[in-house]
Design a protein around this ligand. Structure first.
Ligand SMILES: Cc1ncc(COP(=O)(O)O)c(C=O)c1O
Length: 361
């Protein structure tokens, strides 16, 4: 095997090594089928088992009861920005959004394109999306309240989810799904592009509360309706077979190796704590998110100059640590420490940060 780096990519991102090895071991002949998982029919018993297992593991990890359906929908989280208002808005009611960064802004834009009455309940744009808003009121007339649980680019995260009374919550959890347990009851829909915490790119995981189906308007194109995916167990057309298979293995790793989402959260807190503790000790590195809004998944920071940032990213890569450049829209540095990036990677990064500071600070 070639040398693997410590991977701090924001997405697609690191996958657990045991999962990659399992894929490799059975890649050419999937469970005695004589075929690769990429060659199996999506109508075969093998694939039925694969998708059902991924659904069941999602249900167990998130404690979902029968009120929820688990769906796999192509088009990533970005297609969900469009499907949410298309399927779940209600005639004569506004749709409510919390704006905490560019992904929320994109979700809002898709509702506006469709001519929905969009009510932006709170926004952190006034301070460059460096914090999570507080103290806002959600009108009980809203059809839903949409928020981004973790802001991948700015490195902020909802430590506690917003409260909206009887208004169903809808959340884009692309960058923190399965990183911590949460109570799914207030949610009408949770969705996540797979490529950060649960698998390779190519599908979104969607968790839909059944009563939301009453809202789906007749006359929508089949592929854009949640009901199509519910009725056909996400097999109306050919799904992203390989991705769903890999998601199943990542969820197995979460259940059987990590031991569930409480454990995962504990590990994630330790990892993020180690990194933030170091950042707070020095003046050389400066965290960009307000302390109480900091993300456990994406740690964003600046160095004293852009030249030093470029040098930092380049030298880190030479030392076997990749993906530390901030998003192209904001610059700076970002260490994405999703579930599969372990404490060993974080410790190695902190050691490197110290060395770099000693040399350049
Ligand atoms: C929070 C969040 N939402 C949405 C997206 C877009 O996802 P996709 O590329 O699957 O459309 C991303 C990043 O890719 C993200 O981090």
């Amino acid at each position: 095997m070639g040398k693997r780096i410590y991977n701090f990519n924001a997405g697609p991102a690191a996958l657990p090594l045991p999962v990659l090895e399992e894929i490799q071991a059975e890649f050419v002949d999937y469970k005695g089928s004589g075929m690769s998982v990429t060659e199996l029919s999506h109508r075969s018993k093998w694939f039925d088992d694969i998708i059902n297992e991924a659904v069941e593991r999602t249900r167990r990890l998130l404690n979902l009861d029968d009120h929820f359906d688990v769906l796999f929908i192509q088009g990533g989280a970005s297609l969900q920005f469009c499907m949410v208002p298309m399927n779940l808005a209600l005639e004569g009611k506004p749709v409510a959004y919390l704006n905490t960064g560019s992904w929320s802004t994109k979700a809002i834009k898709e509702a506006q394109i469709q001519g929905k009455e969009v009510n932006v309940v709170a926004s952190s744009e006034d301070k460059d999306f460096s914090y999570i808003p507080k103290g806002f009121q959600v009108s009980q007339n809203a059809a839903y309240l949409h928020f981004t649980s973790n802001n991948t680019i700015k490195g902020t995260q909802w430590a506690e989810f917003p409260k909206a009374g009887d208004v169903p919550l809808i959340s884009d959890m692309s960058s923190d799904i399965m990183s911590r347990p949460f109570d799914v009851k207030p949610f009408g829909l949770v969705y996540a592009g797979a490529q950060k915490n649960i698998g390779p790119s190519g599908t979104a995981l969607a968790i839909l509360r059944k009563d939301m189906l009453d809202r789906v308007p007749d006359g929508l194109p089949s592929m854009l309706k949640y009901s199509t995916y519910v009725e056909k167990n996400s097999l109306y057309n050919t799904p992203s077979c390989f991705v769903i298979y890999a998601i199943g293995l990542v969820l197995k790793w979460l259940e059987e190796t990590i031991g569930g989402l409480e454990k995962m959260e504990q590990i994630n807190r330790e990892k993020a704590g180690t990194l933030y503790d170091y950042i707070d000790q020095t003046d050389f590195y400066r965290g960009t998110a307000e302390k109480e809004s900091r993300s456990l998944m994406n740690v964003t920071f600046r160095l004293p100059s852009e030249e030093l940032e470029a040098e930092f990213v380049a030298q880190a890569l030479k030392e076997g640590m990749g993906g530390l450049k901030g998003h192209r829209s904001v610059g700076g540095c970002r260490a994405s420490i999703y579930n599969a990036t372990g404490m060993d990677a974080v410790k190695s990064l902190v050691d490197f940060m110290k060395e770099f500071e000693n040399k350049e600070g």
